[in-house]
Design a protein around this ligand. Structure first.
Ligand code: PEP
Ligand code: MN
Length: 337
């Protein structure tokens, strides 16, 4: 941390601050300039209260030099984290391909989807049973019934279940039935939910919030890790910008940047990022090319009849073709699926 004193502030102000820092076990190193004093602070700065330091007499500015997260960072763990779900290792050279409808609507819809996907080797089945909808009159998901449907269908096809958890009250139930618990964009900063997921034993797929910075995404993951669950998969799903042609703006730089800063795996969701079928293939290619550990795509047997996100869901045949077209890109970056 760097503490910049005001121009002309008496040296006694800096001395008081240095004494306080020393009492907290930190090592302040003063640099006395012609106009002002700057104090470099050596030691664990994450627990220092910046607001308090800024409020002290003579202080102009306080700057952090280390990232505010710890457990998710590469400094703590150099090797990438791999998370194993049903024989699929997420975070290594095998790309995690997650597919399935936006919402679980019926046994028949899930059966059609899962049988088509499992035939082409997909093992990770997505589908929302509890849905976070913008308006209260839209389809809210089948809830517990949807969860049962998904589990039964996935078991029949030896697939893993990825489904969203909206509320702390549902964590236990969903953790019993699902293999990966998804935190949706709208809940990325639901800190009570993150803490609760920290004490479950199931991997968590944490989606980036609509207006969250990369640092905030990593801090949200830090909540889960710091409560005991180290199995977190991050997901870039686009952020809200002034652009209206796509549902969101896919911020692909997140992928290599997160790889530099964190050991956690990161996947990309081009379906929610674009909202447009025609953009899913090019952006999936780009995601794989820039180092994503997997992609998550919405697939529905009959998108025109879908109860949510009909316009962005691929039919299984389109998805199969997409997979074929992704293979050369995966090969080029040394990955398989
Ligand atoms: C979803 O994946 O089902 C979903 C609702 O996406 P997001 O939270 O990214 O909007
Ligand atoms: Mn959706």
């Amino acid at each position: 941390m760097i503490i910049v004193m005001k121009s002309g502030a008496p040296q006694s102000d800096a001395a008081k601050i240095m004494e306080e820092l020393e009492n907290k076990g930190l090592q302040p190193v003063p640099l006395y300039g012609v106009e002002r004093t700057v104090i470099a602070v050596i030691g664990e700065e994450r627990e220092l209260n910046v607001g308090h330091l800024e409020s002290l007499p003579g202080v102009e500015n306080v700057m952090r030099v280390v990232k505010p997260y710890k457990l998710v960072s590469r400094e703590i763990q150099k090797e990438p984290t791999t998370i194993e779900v049903k024989g699929i290792k997420i975070g290594n050279n095998q790309l995690a391909m997650i597919a399935g409808p936006c919402s679980v609507e019926s046994e028949n819809q899930m059966e059609k989807t899962a049988s088509a996907l499992s035939k082409i080797g997909i093992k990770l089945l997505r589908g929302g049973a509890f849905k976070p909808r913008t308006g209260p009159y839209s389809f809210q998901g089948l809830g517990k019934e949807g969860l049962e449907i998904m589990r039964n269908v996935a078991d029949r096809h030896k697939m893993a279940v990825i489904t969203e958890v909206l509320d702390t009250r549902d964590v236990e139930l969903i953790a019993q039935k699902a293999d990966i618990l998804q935190v949706g964009a709208r809940n990325m900063q639901n800190f009570e939910l993150l803490k609760e997921l920290g004490i479950t034993k199931k991997p968590v797929l944490l989606k980036r919030g609509l207006s969250a910075t990369i640092e905030e995404l990593l801090l949200a993951a830090e909540y889960i890790l710091s409560h005991g669950n180290s199995e977190v998969i991050l997901c870039e799903r686009g952020i809200r910008t002034f652009e209206k042609e796509t549902r969101n703006t896919l911020a692909l730089a997140t992928v290599p940047l997160v790889k530099q800063w964190s050991h956690l795996p990161i996947i990309v969701d081009p379906s929610h990022a674009t909202g447009k079928k025609s953009l899913i293939e090019p952006l999936s290619k780009a995601a794989i090319a820039c180092g994503a550990d997997g992609i998550m795509i919405e697939v529905h047997p009959n998108p025109e009849e879908a109860l949510s996100d009909g316009g962005q869901q691929l039919v299984p045949e389109e998805f199969e073709k997409l997979l074929e077209n992704l293979k050369p890109i995966a090969k080029a970056v040394g990955k398989t699926f």
